[in-house]
Design a binder for this molecule. Sequence first.
Ligand code: C2O
Ligand code: CU
Length: 490
Amino acid sequence: LAACTSGNASPPAPTRIGPKSPQVAATERNRRTASTRSTSVSLEADVSEIDLGGIQVKTWTYGGEVPGKEIRITRGDVLNAELSNKLPQPTTVHWHGLALRNDMDGVPVLTQPEIKAGTSFSYEFVAPDAGTYWFHPHVGTQLDRGLYTPLIVEDPADGSDYDTELVIVLDDWLDGIDGRDPDTVLAGLKKNGMMMGESGDSSMPGMDHGDMPGMGGMPQSELLGGDAGDVTYRYVLANGRISAAPRTFRARPGQRIRLRLINAAADTAFRVGVPGVPMTITHTDGFPVVPQRADVVLLGMGERLDAIITVPNSTVPVLALAEGRDTYAQVLLQSGRPGDPAAGDTAASQVAALPVLTASNLKAADEVTLREKAPDVTHTLVLEGPGAKYDWTINGKTYDPGDGLPIRTGQRVRLRFENKSTMFHPMHVHGHTFQILGKNGRGARKDTAMTVPGTTLDVDFDANNPGQWLTHCHNIYHSEAGMMTVVSYV
Ligand code: C2O
Ligand code: CU
């Protein structure tokens, strides 16, 4: 990965493809000024051999690393990223959470043709909002092979008070360890339906948005287990390492660290905590919230959370408990004496016993709260599955890129997710950051929100970024089995 910063790069001519892409004028958010700075990076998606901590695996990576090497830019900057595809399959890059121009969103058919094996593609866009983001392919189950990288957009005016940062990317791991690749797993699920595993009955009663107490108790154990059939993700990773060989981050007692947590897993939610060290949650999905204390936070697939902690006088793990999998990943915050990775077992049971804060309990900071307005249009998305062929549906249909939920520029749009399945679904909307409507009023701004079995979740956004925007479950096996639709500006 090579990076350089220069001024005034010229914009690429927008390419319009897809079944019904409208003519999109450059919106205000995407307009560059004379002072626009530009960062250029080269990304290589390739077959690589990596070390997960004493375990060598062959998999697919960006630049030979899992996670890929972080990209860091400033709000309003142009990012120019040339992806060269050395994989044996076509790919794309999706910039998860960014309200970027539609033709750079990386969704095959809808916003660009797939980048064929052996070819390259240049992404170029303005990053309009600061925050913790990440990117991954939007083709098949490629994400689950290790193709993911943090993208941090800094805000020069961010008043958060901390000394240093630690970005932690969480993942569940199939490829190369249990001998099965994600495509094989999905094919097996489709062939055998739910016969492959009994983990399909994963509900999340603790996450009822209706009457969850401020720091509601989360039932322990097998509630959030994933859905990749009988596949036991024997390993989960924090910054590319298994728990027995964790990454170490050196810190000084009293130092304030901004944790940027990213859940890049395909099929696993995590509970994250630092035993004995309270966190102050400051952002979710990149956007600021009214700061809130928590011992443990829940992170669904695709979600991000920023939290500030004060380093204690001893080495502690930032510990991520894989829901329903009886395993964990960790990063050691080394302060004082060197830590013992084995102490993670004790820490894991401590984290398991603490109350969990979910993003549904957070409130947007004033500056990012949507102004009060009744929706101009409401679209209901009924989430169901899995059918006999392991099909996961929205409004009774599996994904069809030519089909969409119509909206118009300027509208206040409400999406109503009705989860009629027995599993939770982290629902993600591309190109926008919505506001969760909780029972107690308006909640956090997010781009990915957990929906709970048997409940309805309303989210609102302002239609201000024209294009064709994918909306889907961020369980990669659910989305690939059909749980995707399009929010379509008409
Ligand atoms: Cu990370 Cu379409 O999503
Ligand atoms: Cu799902």
